[in-house]
Design a protein around this ligand. Structure first.
Ligand code: NI
Length: 169
């Protein structure tokens, strides 16, 4: 089911998400909804708190093309970034941050540990764009948005812009 994506300044986006402890049908349904909502948006990734559940689940779009039949995604349950190195600055946006994107510095390469839908743990390496999306989604689970990683001056300008947008609606 396609869910509504919450946007800043919704308070749940600033909340630290709780670990998943039960790997059941409810979790599988949550992941299915996240994937469907991410593909519909479309987005590079989506975290559970973006649809209103402060739980440590993210999905990442791993599709090679935009076409429906090629769509692929992975789910990371309780993901942790164990190690990061290098740095890359690229323009980032977020489905929960309306009408704004800006350059954000991230690790170029990371080592990630996460569980799957059955609770099995694995570790893997990610680089470049894939690493960026994982870092962005893991931030969501800490209640952090990419606008928390830019200068307070730029953030202030964005808040002003958003106020205007909301007032015009
Ligand atoms: Ni985001």
């Amino acid at each position: 089911m396609i869910r509504k994506i919450l946007t800043y300044p919704h308070p749940i986006l600033a909340q630290k998400a709780a670990p998943v402890t039960v790997f059941d049908e409810e979790l599988r349904q949550l992941v299915a909804d996240l994937v469907e909502t991410m593909f519909d948006a479309p987005g590079a990734g989506l975290a559970a708190n973006q649809i209103g559940l402060a739980t440590r689940v993210v999905v990442i779009n791993t599709s090679k093309k935009e076409e429906d039949e090629d769509r692929q995604a992975i789910a990371l349950i309780n993901p942790e970034i164990l190690h990061g190195e290098g740095s890359e600055v690229e323009v980032e946006g977020c489905l929960s941050v309306r009408e704004y994107s800006t350059k954000v510095e991230r690790f170029q390469k990371i080592v990630v540990r996460a569980q799957d839908l059955k609770g099995a743990t694995s570790e893997f390496e990610a680089e470049d764009f894939f690493a960026r999306v994982i870092q962005h989604e893991c931030d969501h689970l800490e209640g952090k948005l990419f606008i928390d990683r830019i200068s307070s001056l730029k953030r202030g300008l964005y808040k002003k812009k958003l106020k205007k947008i909301l007032a015009e609606e």
